[in-house]
Design a binder for this molecule. Structure first.
Ligand code: SF4
Ligand code: SF4
Length: 351
């Protein structure tokens, strides 16, 4: 488990165990859930549609053997059922907000019963934007449910009646690999439910989603030119582990993700001009487009690299990057090349 997430979870669980710190625990839990949810937001807003039904670890054991879409569906179906059928005893968000119609899911269950190819086929059918809206709505409503709990509620348990009620919702499949969920939830008190569906279950699946997306990016970058349009090196970029490069549809470069339609202005401009990269452009020196906007503190370092590529070619450029990384410890090129493109070019030439 991610070390930072494990520590936050542990701290929240400790605070939850005492009445004096119970409120603080709920606040910490909500804060933590929102930070975990940001990972989902980042994936949904930057990844192409096809990423959501890929299974790069199909043969593995564990949460990462699923798809991104399945992971989101599964986390929030479980939470919706537990928060609304069991704790708040009101209508699930899936039905209350009609997401059962807009997501286009062929099932209303948690998805535990699906295996292998069924998971990929199921994932292809989902409207990911609606699925994301559903996930957000479930998180928000659960946060409200959590805020309304008292310390005494934590000991509340569920009996046979709840088991029957949950079975009658048909939201958990009766197949062997799924039906264990209902007795599993019902043998816990509310504290136990907070420990699993509302926190640890998120961590495990979101961590798996990170593995899936990183593998998708790595695969996308295979055989692709590692020199980005603006002159940065994808092989040496601090985002390399989780960006698929702006030469593929898996670009998660921050400049691309904040641009309209997720397309970086430098990429768009190069394509319109039919250029391989900004290093081929006659306007390079004075350009203030996209990554070269003066307010970007990495603008001139990128420009220095584009100037270097123009003069010496990509092969020499990647070699100079290798040497710089052997010599210095840095993540962003401006830390070494500074804020002046010509001075940056000189540093590259000296190395
Ligand atoms: S700033 Fe644009 S061109 Fe440069 S790496 Fe990012 S997406 Fe690619
Ligand atoms: S005008 Fe700027 S962004 Fe466009 S190709 Fe030239 S250097 Fe790149």
């Amino acid at each position: 488990m991610d070390k930072d997430w494990a520590e936050k979870n542990k701290e929240m669980q400790m605070l939850l165990s005492k009445e004096a710190t119970f409120r603080k625990a709920i606040c910490k839990l909500i804060e933590f859930r929102e930070s975990l949810f940001a990972q989902i937001t980042q994936i949904v807003s930057t990844f192409p549609e096809e990423a959501f039904f890929q299974m790069p670890f199909a043969d593995a054991e564990g949460y990462h053997s699923k798809t991104l879409a399945y992971s989101i569906w599964h986390i929030f179906r479980i939470e919706d059922i537990v928060a609304h059928e069991m704790i708040a005893e009101n209508q699930q968000i899936l039905f209350a907000m009609r997401f059962d119609q807009t997501i286009h899911s062929p099932i209303i269950t948690t998805g535990n019963e699906l295996t292998g190819e069924e998971i990929a086929e199921f994932s292809k059918k989902l409207d990911v934007k609606e699925l994301y809206r559903y996930a957000h709505a479930v998180m928000d409503s659960t946060n409200q449910v959590l805020q309304q709990l008292s310390y005494a509620d934590l000991k509340r348990r569920f009996g046979q009646e709840m088991i029957r009620k949950l079975q009658n919702t048909f939201c958990v499949s009766e197949k062997e690999n799924a039906k264990w969920l209902i007795p599993y939830w019902c043998e816990k008190d509310i504290r136990g439910l907070i420990k699993m569906p509302f926190s640890r279950h998120w961590i495990m699946h979101i961590e798996a989603m990170r593995r899936i997306k990183n593998r998708l990016c790595k695969t996308a970058r295979k055989g692709v030119d590692p020199v980005a349009f603006c002159g940065l090196s994808c092989n040496h970029c601090f985002l390399a582990a989780w960006c698929g490069s702006c030469r593929t549809i898996y670009s998660t470069c921050s400049f691309a993700t904040v641009s309209p339609d997720g397309i970086c202005p430098n990429v768009k401009c190069c394509r319109e001009k039919g250029l391989d990269g900004c290093y081929e452009c006659e306007s390079l020196e004075n350009c203030e487009n996209g990554f070269y906007v003066p307010t970007n503190d990495g603008a001139n370092a990128a420009k220095a690299q584009a100037l270097y590529i123009r003069k010496y070619g990509k092969k020499a450029f990647l070699q100079v990057h290798d040497r710089l990384h052997q010599k210095y410890n840095f993540s962003k090129t401006q830390e070494i090349l500074g804020q002046n493109a010509w001075e940056g070019l000189r540093i590259l030439e000296e190395n």
